[in-house]
Design a protein around this ligand. Structure first.
Ligand SMILES: Nc1nc2c(ncn2[C@@H]2O[C@H](COP(=O)(O)OP(=O)(O)O)[C@@H](O)[C@H]2O)c(=O)[nH]1
Ligand SMILES: [Mg+2]
Length: 299
């Protein structure tokens, strides 16, 4: 009597333990050869799963064999999404941006960094999913060095961790990132908040989020903006805001519009959090805060 396919999958997984790269692909091919070739039913599913594993092993091999992976920076800031496999990183990336990417129920669906831009209050920010960071990554396990190299360039980290998983899974990865000497600001997205209550974290601010709940994704967007540490200043005549490193003065905004405006600038009218009243007239050195709207005055 043939083994039930669930048991068979366990047996296959056991045969794969400790096998990586070419060795893993060889073993998977051999397994594929042994499986009955049904086009439907549990065996067809099992074949599809094995084929998926071959594809994942191939991609991982390509990643592992590269010393560094380049991600071209775009936007005002770069935020990396980091967490265990299946934490919902790809799903979040997709929910926050317009791209279509594969998400999956099994580990390592995404096998190389995937970048996408998103708008946070009108400012373009780049998000980069860093997949496949595992215990030993800092010692280059699983191609960890190249992945950490990408992470090193990020301005901040959105740690991703599923509410229904033990928090140790995240801490393992945080330890690798720390061991690599990467120390950037971060917050914790407690993902799949529709499935379990969010955990507390001793160090990171926790933002519960579910891709099934748009309001939670919008709240995360606000937290991500705060995480960049940048200041958005809107211009009175409309258009996208400028995003600048604080402290931001009227002169900095004038300069960002046009260098020559810096010289001619005499001050500004301000609406928003840094103004005592709407349209308050301020000097060139007035410090602006996130969410201000200004009209630069010149000679
Ligand atoms: N219930 C629920 N499932 C989710 C949520 N986000 C992701 N998932 C599921 O979790 C699995 C792993 O997601 P994925 O984005 O591929 O995780 P990644 O490995 O971290 O990129 C997929 O089956 C997703 O559909 C969520 O907010 N709620
Ligand atoms: Mg993924």
């Amino acid at each position: 009597m043939p083994m039930p396919h669930r048991t068979q999958q366990q047996v296959i997984k056991r045969r794969l333990v400790g096998k990586d790269g070419a060795e893993r692909i060889r073993e998977l091919r051999a397994i594929l050869g042994e499986l009955p070739g049904y086009r439907n039913g549990p065996y067809a599913d099992l074949r599809k799963w094995v084929e998926g594993e071959i594809e994942a092993a191939r991609t991982r091999k390509r990643v592992v064999n590269r010393d560094s992976i380049a991600v071209r920076r775009e936007g005002a800031a770069q935020i990396a999404l980091v967490g265990p496999p299946n934490a919902g990183k790809s799903s979040l990336l997709q929910a926050l941006s317009a791209i279509q990417i594969r998400t999956g129920d099994y580990a390592f669906t995404t096998t190389r960094p995937v970048a996408a831009t998103t708008r946070l209050g009108g400012v373009l920010v780049q998000l980069v999913e860093i997949p496949g960071l595992i215990a030993g990554a800092a010692a280059d396990r699983g191609g960890g060095r190249a992945l950490l190299g990408v992470l090193r360039n990020a301005d901040a980290i959105l740690w991703c961790h599923a509410c229904d998983r033990p928090v140790e899974e995240l801490e393992t990865i945080r330890a690798e990132v720390a061991a690599a000497g990467i120390d950037v600001p971060g917050i914790l997205a407690a993902t799949k908040s529709d499935e379990a209550p969010p955990p507390d974290h001793p160090e990171l601010p926790v933002v519960p989020v579910s891709v099934l709940d748009d309001a939670s994704v919008e709240r995360l967007r606000d937290e991500l903006w705060a995480l960049t540490g940048l200041v958005r200043v809107y211009l009175r005549d409309g258009g996208d805001p400028v995003a600048l490193e604080p402290p931001v003065t009227v002169l900095d905004v004038a300069d960002s519009i046009h260098h020559s405006l810096r010289e001619r600038c005499t001050g500004a009218r301000v609406w928003g959090p840094s103004a005592r009243f709407d349209g308050q007239q301020v000097g060139r050195r007035h410090e602006l805060v996130d969410g201000d709207t200004v009209e630069v005055l010149d000679r």
